[in-house]
Structure formats: C-alpha cells, structure tokens
Design a protein around this ligand. Structure first.
Ligand code: AR6
Length: 186
C-alpha cells in the first residue's frame, strides 16, 4: 500500500524490518542503546556486533539517549546502510506527554536522516510492543508525523515506509493510512 505525497512515496509494508533495503531502518531502542527484545533484539542479532560497538562509543561520548531523541550507526551486516536508533515513550495511560514524545521520536529520526542525506527510511511501529502504546493511536501519530515532515522538508525524502510485523498491525495502519494519507491529499 503506498501513496505519493509531495514527491515522497509513503508506503505500508507487512514484514520483518531487518530484511529491508533502505538508506536507513529505524530501531525502536531504549535509552541505554545496549539492545533489548522486540525489533531492537532482531536488529542487533542480524546486524552483528559493530552496531553495538558504535552504540557503546556513542554512550561513552554523549551519555544515554533520551526519549524522543535519535542517533545513527552503520547498518553492520544488515541490507540497510544505516540504523537510526530512537527511543519511543513507555505508554502510561496517555497523559504523560506520550503523544508528543512519540511524535518527536519520528521527527528526530527523519531530521537525522535528512542531515545524513538518507532518502529512503523504514520505520517499525515505535512503542507499540514492550512500551504498550495503543497501536491505533500510535498509527495516527506515526502517519501524521511522516506527512508533516515531508511537507516541511519537501524533496528531502524519496520513500518513507512503515514496516509492520504482523498482519493485524498492518491492518490497523492501513485503516489509518486511508484516513490520514490517501483521502487528505487534496
Ligand atoms: N520487524 C518489524 N517490526 C518488528 C520486528 C521486526 N523484526 N520485531 C518486532 N517488531 P518493540 P517498543 C514490532 O517491543 O514497544 C525493546 O526491548 C513489534 O511487533 O520492539 O518501542 C527495546 O530495547 C511491535 O509492533 O518496541 C526497548 O526496551 C513494534 O515492533 C523496548 O523494547 C515495536 O515493539 C522498546 O519497546
């Protein structure tokens, strides 16, 4: 499922993000940057030890990565050239700034990609696994943020995708995609 918005293709894909060829894939990491479960575990397993070495160097130089911020490493053994590591919020009922923090995780990842001249970026559904963000609300934040950043940085990106691990997650994003992206292009 995809749609072109201001020259950038926005795509929804069902699958495993560690198999995606892109200038960057995004990792739903935690502040320690030392790996974990879910998509973070999968990226480090498949990407090999150089990614963790680069994360360790980053933490030694800058400290841990706050929620809503992003940093970049190479892609190691992954088909993607780079990994942008970001930290989504832990969902705590929705009244603790989670929506703004989730939006910021997407935005900062995209700004970092732009800074490095990376034109194709694939995201997992940040915060909707271990961090328990309701997926329907997270889909709305994710897709609206991609759209806003594309409009604010026209020409910066060729293709932005959301890679949903399960069919159920894909279906939720697809319904939101119709609402937020396809029908509001004007
Ligand atoms: N490709 C695409 N999506 C995936 C993959 C994959 N290979 N594997 C899982 N997902 P989570 P979070 C989906 O828990 O909620 C980690 O331990 C998954 O189905 O990976 O941001 C970190 O170290 C879900 O929809 O990330 C942090 O401590 C989505 O990715 C914490 O979890 C996000 O689930 C971050 O939690």
């Amino acid at each position: 499922m995809e749609h072109v918005f201001k020259g950038t293709t926005i795509a929804l894909v069902q699958g495993d993000i560690t198999t995606v060829e892109a200038d960057a894939i995004v990792n739903a990491a935690n502040s320690s940057l030392m790996g974990g479960g879910g998509v973070d575990g999968a990226i480090h397993r498949k990407g090999g030890p150089t990614i963790l070495d680069e994360c360790r160097d980053y933490v030694a130089a800058h400290g841990s990565l706050p929620t809503g911020e992003a940093m970049i490493t190479t892609g190691g053994d992954l088909p993607a050239s780079h990994v942008i590591h970001t930290v989504g919020p832990v969902y705590q009922g929705g009244k603790h700034g989670e929506f703004v923090k989730l939006e910021r995780a997407y935005t900062q990842s995209l700004l970092l990609a732009k800074e490095h001249g990376l034109k194709t970026v694939a995201f997992p559904s940040i915060s909707t696994g271990a961090y328990r963000f309701p997926i329907d609300e997270a889909a709305y934040v994710a897709l609206n943020t991609l759209k806003r950043v594309i409009a604010e940085h026209e020409g910066a990106f060729d293709r932005l995708s959301m890679v949903l691990f399960s069919q159920a997650d894909f279906d939720v994003y697809a319904a939101t995609f119709d609402e937020v992206i396809t029908t509001m292009m004007g």
